[in-house]
Design a protein around this ligand. Structure first.
Ligand code: NAI
Length: 462
């Protein structure tokens, strides 16, 4: 099928590359010229395991192209994905201006033939109808322009009565395993009221639904859930809100464990074995962050407020998390007392392993607060140190390896559970430090091993 993906960030690029990999003909559109140049040369602007490889093979097979020209993308695609960002506004609402620009841009470039316009971005509930309205506005603008252009152009007018439908197809991929998740989804949600559009979406995803590209091909087909537009939009918010609340729950229990002398890792195991609860998202630590959970939970709280309902449980999940993101600071103060003039080293910066994404990472709060209290902050992150990406980072010296990081530090804080951090020479690192304090913000390290290496080990709730 012919596909256009507009917005080639973490979601759009992975979606475009994976659809090209399974045989569709994809044009990816982005208004960032630098990114497009990079992608044309087969390089991914983001770090995501396996992405560069499938991009390069799709380029070689001729299944994918990159452009800044939205009209080329719109005229190519029978299915047009909107995958631009919806970052949070200071009020907690989603900033939908990029979606708006793209929807109008699609309308302004429709040139006849039936199209399915797919909201892949996480958009506020009700956005399906709003996108339809904006596309119609775009078409109207185009008509006005053409009419003003004179008689010759007017001959084209009937084509602009192009038919289209809007579908909501929320994305559930996880950064760090985005390619894997796209080929092995737990479910595909399709919201909309046009059977023709839903059928085209099912055809698009058929090779994935049938597990042709799955790591385990013997699994049953991927469930496809067809819903109305608003329910599909709500499914995305509710899923993220639930997962974030689950983490806040275990963090709250961990804080109680700290006070009563219980071990949260054993407690989480004990409750996670209950099949009604499940063991995932029960790892206590320094709180959730990243580009999705904080903004999606806040947006849902905001939508509830707009419609006269106070989402108390979600607000509590957010406030537990805000406090939790500074739990490492409390533990540093307990261990080192005054932080002014001390040097703290952060192991990891990204909000989770296997990504280069620093958006709303807990490390950023920690750096800001440590700076405010007069501490010097250093960091080592396997990806950020290597790529030199520093977007959003200030007040921190980024070191090139873990031993340089440890050198002269009063304490280390493990912020991100990168696999590499299980194999560092901790005994050597402890010797290089002024005080060998280890705050394990992800309960990732073995306490006994750390003590043997010479550290005062402090976890979260253990
Ligand atoms: P991103 O910020 O990485 O990428 C957005 C891309 O859109 C950028 O490359 C930007 O240059 C481009 N763009 C902006 N305006 C444009 C325009 N007018 N025309 C063409 N390109 C334009 O965003 P990300 O993380 O990929 O998120 C996209 C959406 O997917 C958001 O709504 C997000 O909430 C949702 N989502 C993100 C997930 C993630 O893990 N990052 C997971 C699931 C959903």
């Amino acid at each position: 099928m012919r596909v256009c993906v507009i917005g080639t960030g973490y979601v759009g690029l992975v979606t475009g590359a994976c659809l090209a990999h399974i045989g569709h003909s994809v044009i990816c559109v982005d208004n960032n010229e630098e990114k497009v140049k990079l992608m044309k040369s087969g390089q991914s602007p983001i770090f995501e395991p396996g992405l560069s490889e499938i991009m390069q093979s799709a380029i070689q097979s001729g299944n994918i192209e990159f452009t800044t020209d939205i009209s080329a993308g719109v005229s190519h695609g029978e299915i047009l994905f909107i995958a631009v960002g919806t970052p949070p506004l200071p009020t907690g609402e989603s900033d939908t201006r990029y979606v708006e620009a793209v929807a109008r841009g699609i309308g302004a470039n429709l040139d006849g033939g039936y199209k399915v316009i797919v909201n892949k971005s996480t958009v506020p509930i009700g956005s399906g109808d709003w996108v339809r309205m904006l596309v119609m506005d775009g078409i109207a603008e185009q008509k006005t322009l053409v009419t003003a252009g004179g008689a010759a152009s007017q001959e084209k007018l009937p084509e602009y009565a192009s038919e289209f439908d809007v579908v909501s197809n929320p994305e559930f991929l996880r950064e760090g395993s985005a390619v894997y998740d796209t080929f092995n989804p737990d479910r595909i949600v399709l919201g909309g009221n046009s059977p023709r559009a839903i059928d085209m979406m099912k055809e698009l995803y058929a090779p994935i639904v049938e597990r042709n590209f799955a790591s385990d091909k013997s699994l049953p087909q991927v469930p496809v859930l067809a819903t109305d537009l608003s329910s599909a939009e709500m499914i995305k918010y509710a899923a993220n809100a639930f997962l974030a609340t689950k983490i806040s729950f275990i963090n709250e229990v961990a804080n109680i464990c700290d006070r009563v002398g219980a071990d949260i890792t054993q407690v989480a195991k004990g409750i996670g074995l209950d099949s009604r609860i499940g063991s995932k998202f029960l790892q206590a630590g320094i709180g959730w962050g990243g580009s999705c959970f904080p903004k999606d939970v806040s947006a849902l709280v905001h939508t509830a407020d707009d419609y006269g309902y106070e989402a108390q449980l979600l607000k509590a999940a957010v406030s537990v998390n805000e406090r939790q993101r500074l739990i490492a600071l409390e533990k540093l103060q307990q261990a080192l007392k005054i932080l002014k003039g001390k040097t703290v080293g952060l192991l990891g910066l990204t909000f989770k392993p296997d990504t280069d994404d620093l958006r709303d990472a807990p490390a950023l709060n920690l750096i800001e607060q440590l700076n405010r209290l007069g501490a010097k902050v250093k960091a080592y992150d396997p990806i950020i140190s290597q790529t030199g990406m520093r977007h959003g980072l200030s007040g921190v010296l980024v070191e090139t390896d873990a031993e340089r990081l440890a050198d002269g530090c009063d304490a280390l804080v493990l912020v991100t559970e990168w696999e590499q951090f299980s194999n560092l020479d901790y005994a050597k690192m402890a010797k290089l430090m002024s005080h060998a304090v280890m705050i394990d913000g992800r309960n990732f390290l073995d306490p006994e091993t750390m003590v043997r290496a010479g550290f005062q080990y402090i976890g979260v709730g253990r």
